[in-house]
Design a protein around this ligand. Structure first.
Ligand SMILES: C=C(OP(=O)(O)O)C(=O)O
Ligand SMILES: [Mg+2]
Length: 401
């Protein structure tokens, strides 16, 4: 019934106006799934390879489609994903591109759900999923690789940890985003938006902390539940390997100073979440910071782990971080992303399902978060490609997908 009878690939626009890959998967009994690959800007060194979309589509048509069409079942995710891996033949999808691979992998899952007549989260997670919703981490101020001439830290996040429902959590993040705009206006600071819809003011990081702290407290007082702040430092982008320092404009920090700086920020701003506080090769630094503040905040590996079970296992062995960012396109298939989530859960690491800075209207990650009962999802606060996922979470909670 779920035998794949056709796979169609095309170039579509992503939220930055760049081309990306969209896949349609059709099955024998009329099942249909469509999904699109996102794209990163602050990509990790160890991520699966994203090829130029036209190149990826051509290679996938030649190498992968003969192994998929008439050969695999959309309802059997491992079979689909194993066929993609076999067609590529490399560890990092450098032959067909992780962009086509992940689009097909996610589209196949949707086609499998369609045949079953089940929502995607239930097809992926089973009949008993749908009761646990992630806390959304909403990007409200940012810079780094996502906006020119803005903060050095890539993302300042709002985390409505006390929200009684996903609906209230999503609206809380939008309210913090709106409150930041008012505070910027009061301070006469003009701000454009970065790639993920966060405000991107030309302020130094210390002023951004003040603004976000004030916005979070104001909205917390208004709404009456706990909202905290978090960060994606994206420190690999700040790290200068030659001089072994982190560069924040003219200011330099050694690794020890960086660890002290982040540990102080955790306490000063009561941060609930810190992603990539150190370089993507620095397991020792991650371990030291986790040892110092891991009892009171999440230390999350994004560029460090790249959704890769081997890199995560190294982190687990060394005590580096206590949380992992999950981006299916970093690794290339949904099966690989599931394996990373399962390994994380077994070892007490929290999974944070994440968008990329270049996104589409695709909502797969909302379903993935509910299917795996992930405690957090990072998918922005405002902007159509971000609200696509947030609104899907609201629909899932309303049993309306
Ligand atoms: C979402 C992120 O950005 P990008 O997609 O540019 O890697 C991130 O670094 O967590
Ligand atoms: Mg990151």
């Amino acid at each position: 019934m779920t035998l794949v009878t056709d796979v169609r690939l095309r170039r579509i626009l992503d939220s930055r106006g760049n081309p990306t890959v969209e896949a349609d998967v059709l099955t024998e009994s009329g099942g249909f799934g469509r999904a699109a690959a996102p794209s990163g800007a602050s990509t990790g060194e160890f991520e699966a390879i994203e090829l130029p979309p036209s190149e990826s589509i051509a290679a996938t048509r030649e190498r992968a489609l003969p192994r998929l069409i008439g050969e695999v079942h959309a309802g059997n995710q491992r079979e689909v994903d194993n066929a993609l891996r076999a067609a590529d033949g490399t560890e990092n999808f450098s032959e067909i591109g992780a962009n086509s691979a992940v689009a097909i992998s996610m589209a196949a899952a949707k086609a499998g759900a369609d045949v079953l007549g089940a929502p995607l989260y239930q097809h992926l997670g089973g009949a008993f999923r749908g009761g646990d919703f992630p806390t959304p981490l909403g990007n409200v101020v940012g810079g780094g690789e996502h906006a020119a001439k803005a903060t050095h830290i890539q993302e300042f996040l709002s985390a409505p940890v006390g929200a009684p429902s996903i609906d209230e959590a999503v609206f809380a993040n939008a309210a913090v985003h709106a409150r930041v705009a008012e505070i910027l206006d009061d301070r006469d600071i003009a701000a454009a938006k970065g790639d993920e819809g966060a405000w991107a003011p030309a302020v130094d990081d210390s002023e951004a902390f003040e603004i976000v702290d004030e916005a979070v407290s104001d909205v917390e007082d208004d709404l009456g539940f706990e909202i905290r702040a978090g960060l994606d430092v994206a420190a690999a982008e700040l790290y200068d390997e030659d001089d072994d320092v982190y560069r924040y404009g003219d200011k330099e920090r050694s690794t020890d100073e960086q660890i002290d700086y982040i540990a102080d920020l955790v306490d000063e701003y009561d941060l609930v979440y810190v992603e990539d506080p150190l370089d993507e090769n620095d397991y020792d630094g991650f371990a030291e910071l986790t040892d110092r503040v891991g009892d009171r905040t999440l230390i999350c590996g994004d560029d460090l782990f790249v959704t890769n079970v081997e890199r995560l296992q190294t982190g687990i062995d060394e005590g580096a971080a206590n949380s992992i960012l999950i981006k299916p396109n970093q690794i290339g298939t949904l099966s690989d992303a599931f394996d990373a989530i399962e390994l994380a859960t077994q070892h007490g690491y929290d999974s944070v399902i994440s968008h990329r800075s270049g996104e589409t209207e695709d909502t797969t990650i909302a379903h993935l978060a509910v299917a795996t009962a992930a405690p957090f999802i990072k998918t922005g606060a405002v902007g159509g490609e971000r609200t696509a996922k947030l609104n899907e979470l609201i629909r899932i909670a309303d049993d309306a997908v």
